[in-house]
Design a protein around this ligand. Sequence first.
Ligand SMILES: [Zn+2]
Length: 365
Amino acid sequence: MSQPQIQIPLDLPNVRVEKYEQTDKGLVITLVSTCTTAVCRQCGRTIDKFYGYDKAITLRHLPIFDRPVWIRIRPKRFQCPYCDKGPTTTQRCEWYEPKSPHTKAYENWILRELINSTLSDVSLKRGLSVECIEGILDRHIQREADWLAVPQLVLLGIDEIALKKGHKDFVVIVSGLTAQREKHILAVLPDRKKETVKAFLKTLPPRQHRSIRQVCIDMNEGYCNAVLETLPKAQVVVDRFHVAKHYRDCADKARKTEMKHLKKTLPESDYAQLKGVMWAFRKPWTALTEEQQVMLLLLFQYAPILKDVYVQREVLTGIFERRQSKAQAEQALTQWLERIKALGLECFSPFITTLDNSLTGKPLV
Ligand SMILES: [Zn+2]
């Protein structure tokens, strides 16, 4: 029985579809360029003397309904009537780079996939080798943003990704959002240094300066300063996910330290009762099973400081979740800070330093 069919625009300029076929590798679409000229590689003049076709190339393109799509094309060649010995030039199409095995649309999609994901995550999800994704990054890193092609943006995002899970090798992805919530990748920067981010932000054209209202970053002081110094009118927004990660990491570190200590001091059978307590410790009280609650209470008996850490972590989450005015939030945070000080919970110190700076509004150094 034949399946219902639909038609989807190909969204590639100046081509005609010669055929498409289903293969076990996916959908293969054979295209022919409808452009009838090229630019002579020697003299730079536009030439239109057709000289034949190059060998076919196959480029990976955006998947359709989760099926891989391949574009096959034989690039056209043209001969120059002006240059000595009539050199030939291969035509360039705007939708792929001469040395890339993918179309530009496909590479931009993979770059978007890298936001908040590592290379190995994307490699697994999209069936591409890590080397292949590195190749895509290399082709896009440090390349200047084509500002003419980017519509007016209202929000910028600065995200970092680890090139390999658990490694300290990071690149920074700068993306932009239009008022219509369309997302654009603007740059992949080679490192997390403030100067690198600042140098990129300086390339923003004036019309973008005027329209960008907010810049979303994680709790990185370098990014914050880079934004304050280049886009003074934009509001810096620290992504809540990153704020939460920051103080939750502090609490987790305290748990690890105490557990290490308990492992040395508790009889083995007592320590064994705490197996899996990490998961309980990471969750809010109401999300725990009765069994987990009992285990967590046992942990608090052995290491009372962890009870304070746990409770204060949850109090802080409560402050961030509550709907309230800025003044109310500031007051709640100040009270929280005082309590932490009174309890002597030093594990939150790294978080507090950053928070203090943003509360007093002084530029983070
Ligand atoms: Zn020429």
